[in-house]
Design a protein around this ligand. Sequence first.
Ligand SMILES: O=P(O)(O)OC[C@@]1(O)O[C@H](CO)[C@@H](O)[C@@H]1O
Ligand SMILES: [Mn+2]
Length: 452
Amino acid sequence: MAANQALRQLVPPSLSAKVEGSFAYLTVRDRLPTILTRVIDTIHRNKNKFFEEFGEEGVQAEKRTIGFLSKLRNELLTDKPILVLCDGLEDTDSWNQYLQRQQRLLGERDPVSWFKSPWLYIECYMYRRIQEAIWLNPPISDFDVFNESKTQSFFESQQAVISLCTYLQGFNRNMDDLSETQLMEQFHKLLQVSLWGNRCDLSISAGMENSQKASPIDSLSDLKSFILVDDSNMVWSALTSAQRPGEDGKTTSGRVDIVLDNAGFELVTDLVLANFLVSAGLAREVRFHGKSIPWFVSDVTAHDFQWTIRQTLAANHKWMSKSGVQWQSYVREGVWSYHDHPFWTMPHEYCDMAGDAPDLYATLQGADLILFKGDLNYRKLTGDREWDHMVPFDRALRGFGPAPLCSLRTLKANIQVGLQPGQGENLNTQDPSWMTSGKYAVVQFSSPHREQ
Ligand SMILES: O=P(O)(O)OC[C@@]1(O)O[C@H](CO)[C@@H](O)[C@@H]1O
Ligand SMILES: [Mn+2]
């Protein structure tokens, strides 16, 4: 058996709610039902809007949708079997095949259920069932149940957005005068701003307001010691080694793909970073990968992406508006593009991508650097397994490596690899909730050419 295959055999079990008292258990028992309750409340609160827009049909659709979601909430609370999807969407068959895969793993004795199956699978499944409940009840089928909380997060973070756009425009004006060292310093700062932007995620807060209040640049030095693994220098060298001398004597640079996470303030930090990468000549193109359906409460959809650029452009603040104008022209010129492959809203671990979504894997192979934002992406990169903290990041990826990649993640789930000997034990002593509080973060890099 080849070494890589043997390595794949030694894979620990998936995190699961079957472990009573575990973070997965508490999420499934408490946080997911809370999120569902908030979704039901949101739909109920929009009843009049549906009536105004669609008349009696809208009211009937609201009632049916709430019925679907209440049934889902009951299945979850009472650990009922996971049901097949029947909405005939593009990914319905893939979801139902994945259910069969989960059933094979469990054997015929136990049905696949909320508290017995992998946490990653059933949490993704819940968001896909919310989509089914909405989709099956026109005319409210394209209502985004999380839209209000995503837009609120943007508006609540206005001061931070203004200070970030002001900072960006501050050195955009004299970018050509910056030395290589100054460019690298700015890069590290904006990479950390994007990293900490990930704390503003609404599923960990179960939808509670979770916006950025403090100035993102000023707080970086205080936050530095909470970065447990910092491979930023490897990210910088991946960018600079992708630069090539062009025909006209100018340097051409590489393509950077950003696998997005949350809308609101976090998305602004990603757009500011992407703006810097292009204006500093560190990227010739940036591809953004978002979600094709509302996902994990605050994840970015195409509507959120366009809305955020429009909102920034229309702001009555000089530097915000100037940033929005720049972002809109990047999109129009094709320097920036938004993509939402269905795989990002499937439950798969990323080591399955080459086999289950070969088209997406091939697309990502065209990048010179891929930035994965957030905790759910980290869980999928590492398979949401019970890895020991000292297992190398490359090992936990289990062969996933379309291009040099970096995870920018604040810790919000009890999985963390690539730590030094004793680092995990020290953190357990100092701060027992270190893996789930969002206080700590990692910048973890892997390149396909490095030893697996
Ligand atoms: O990917 P994100 O937005 O950083 O975090 C997603 C998340 O909040 O959802 C799950 C908890 O319900 C965890 O995986 C993680 O904490
Ligand atoms: Mn998210």
